[in-house]
Design a protein around this ligand. Structure first.
Ligand SMILES: OC[C@H]1O[C@H](O[C@H]2O[C@H](CO)[C@@H](O)[C@H](O)[C@H]2O)[C@H](O)[C@@H](O)[C@@H]1O
Length: 593
């Protein structure tokens, strides 16, 4: 299956990927970052999956989400009739459930299902038994139950059934996880769960403040971002998958099931600007707990519960998506120095205050400590927002975001009467600004560069006008935007930096596709420059990369015309929302974000 063949369902604690042919190929329980019980996505069906569809196994004729919800409907037209499968995960009460309801739409259709549970990322074949007519699979700490009027029979380490569904009939399947030492959880009534799940999403969408064009794309992005939040703590994952390759067949395979301060703050900016302040309050509480302690111990990412240790492990029993090895869990980038996150956190908390998030003294105390850290470390080299695995550098974007940290602190004082050494912050803000303009700008080429003294470009430089570091009509901005457009485009989309088989910009072998976030940033910048037609054209081409249910991965590889990287990716859906807003706004001022 291609990455774009998957749809997402989730319960704000974990998520599953449902293939176009009705197979659930990825599901981690009970949390986003728990071991997968279906890992066919990164190996084969032998690593666990749950297929449900008409016999003969073929892609659905059409799929959609039911209205503005995360309830998926796949329909197959067959020679004998039409059948619908409704897939969803009810927002969690106690145990995680996947509910699948088969509905006869017309005629009668012969259906089939195959369930292979493999705990621990496809490695553990569970012990399966039947109790009171229900199927239970147990392996170590995990237990799952399948409740259904359809009886599945075992053989060849899988459970299968074939059955007929007639017009007007409904046959439910409910798959429930619980810790294996606990008794079977109470059974759900699937029809009631469907109503409640739809009501949950309707209620959440009723708060959406987005007006203007592109509503459908913005709404799907908002729902996807909400699905990536971890409800118990307020944390949010960058994507629900690990190791979907940025380079098909290559080694650029990373685990995104963690809470990056960068991705999370950007997600919040998008949610806040769309009217969702509650998520901002939850995330601020998560942040304060996660970073509690000494500011020098701040990490750039955490587990969704605030965990700090995310050691990288290789799962050698998985072949990888289209043989893209290694499959990694954990992420060593957690230990990197990425100075931009200080600016992102300060900006996000400032925007939240502007939008009415009530003040919190503890939050301000921590912000002041973060500023102390910036004061002492802004002039050090770091790994930057792209988390390069090569040597540290003086990344221009990192320094710009240090400027943002101080700028938003000053504004916080000016606007909300907070106290702090504001004169010192102003001075340092000016010092950083002057150094960037001096050391990060190539006067001969008329462009800012990726790092001090380098000749490389970087699309993160598009953030310079977006965050308000320089005005959009400053010649240095004009030159940088022109250079990015000239040198970093592939098939009309934007690369983050000039990565190719024969250079070593990021310390990794192989190449990668166009980075979708950067392409959306260019839309925003073009809109600010008054190039509305070009901005609209690029934006609509980007929308054309979404799959049939509106989802985007991290990158698009123009060589293969395919989405690549983890999926669906918050870092792509966030700038989609900002770009849509920029196209409805008027003028060259940076968007409040
Ligand atoms: O390119 C190498 C790095 O790739 C990943 O980082 C990317 O994903 C992050 C999560 O969305 C994002 O915050 C970052 O800007 C991206 O470069 C990976 O997580 C890193 O371990 C890896 O070094």
């Amino acid at each position: 299956m291609r990455i774009e063949d998957y749809a997402l369902i989730g319960d704000m604690q974990s998520a599953a990927l449902v293939a176009r042919d009705g197979s659930i190929d990825w599901l981690c329980l009970p949390r986003f970052d728990s071991p997968a019980c279906f890992a066919a996505l990164l190996g084969s069906e032998r690593n666990g999956h749950w297929w449900l569809g008409p016999v003969g196994r073929r892609p659905a004729t059409r799929r959609r989400y039911r209205g503005e919800s995360l309830v998926l409907e796949s329909e197959w037209d067959t020679p004998t009739g039409t059948v619908r499968v409704i897939d969803f995960m009810p927002p969690r009460d106690r145990n995680p459930d996947v509910v699948r309801i088969v509905e006869g739409v017309s005629g009668s259709v012969e259906m089939s299902t195959q369930l292979r549970v493999r705990f621990d990322y496809g490695r553990i074949v569970p012990w399966v038994r039947r109790s009171d007519g229900h199927l239970q699979a147990i392996g170590g700490p995990d237990s799952v139950w399948l409740h259904s009027p359809v009886t599945l029979k075992g053989g060849d380490y899988a459970h299968r059934a074939t059955f007929t569904v007639n017009e007007g009939e409904r046959l439910p399947f409910v798959f429930t996880w619980h810790p294996s030492h606990e008794p079977m959880p109470p059974q759900l009534e699937p029809g009631e769960q469907l109503r409640d799940t739809e009501a949950f999403w309707a209620e959440w969408m009723s708060k959406c403040a987005h007006t203007g064009p592109y509503r459908e794309a913005v709404v799907r992005s908002l729902i996807t971002l909400k699905a990536l939040t971890y409800a118990p703590t307020g944390g949010m994952v960058a994507a629900p998958t690990t190791s979907l390759p940025e380079d098909l067949g290559g080694v650029r395979n990373w685990d995104y099931r963690y809470c990056w301060l960068r991705d999370a703050t950007m997600t919040l900016d998008a949610l806040i600007s769309s009217g969702y302040l509650e998520e901002a309050a939850d995330w601020r509480a998560w942040l304060l707990r996660a970073i509690a302690g000494r500011p020098q111990d701040l990490q750039i990412m955490y587990g969704v519960g605030g965990e700090r240790r995310l050691p990288e492990l290789l799962l050698d029993w998985l072949d990888g998506y289209e043989e893209s090895r290694p499959v990694r869990i954990g992420n060593e980038a957690a230990k990197q120095l990425q100075l931009d996150v200080y600016g992102e956190v300060m900006n996000c908390l400032y925007v939240a205050s502007e939008r009415g998030l009530p003040p919190d003294d503890r939050a301000w105390t921590i912000q002041r400590e973060l500023l102390d850290y910036v004061k002492d470390h802004w002039d050090e080299p770091d790994e930057g927002l792209w988390e390069v695995r090569g040597p540290r550098r003086h990344f221009v974007h990192s320094k710009v975001m240090c400027w943002v940290a101080l700028d938003r602190a000053v504004k916080h004082v000016e606007r909300f009467g907070r106290t702090g050494p504001v004169e010192k912050w102003r001075e340092l803000r000016d010092t950083i600004h002057a150094e960037i303009c001096d050391k990060g700008f190539d006067t001969e080429r008329g462009t800012f560069t990726q790092s001090y003294g380098s000749s490389e470009l970087d699309s993160a430089l598009l953030m310079i006008p977006i965050v308000g570091f320089l005005p959009i009509d400053d010649p240095r901005v004009t030159g940088t935007v022109a250079a990015v457009e000239k040198e970093l485009m592939a098939d009309g989309f934007v690369l983050r930096y000039p990565v190719a088989e024969d250079n070593d910009v990021d310390g990794l072998p192989g190449a990668e596709g166009a980075f979708l976030a950067c392409s959306f940033w260019l839309v925003e910048v073009m809109a600010m420059q008054g190039r509305r037609d070009e901005a609209k054209d690029l934006f609509e081409r980007l929308l054309g990369l979404r799959n049939d249910v509106g989802l985007l991965a991290e990158e698009y590889d123009p060589r293969f015309r395919r989405l690549v990287g983890n999926f669906p990716q918050a870092f792509s859906h966030v700038p989609l929302i900002h770009a849509a807003r920029a196209l409805t706004a008027d003028g060259a001022e940076p968007m409040p974000r």
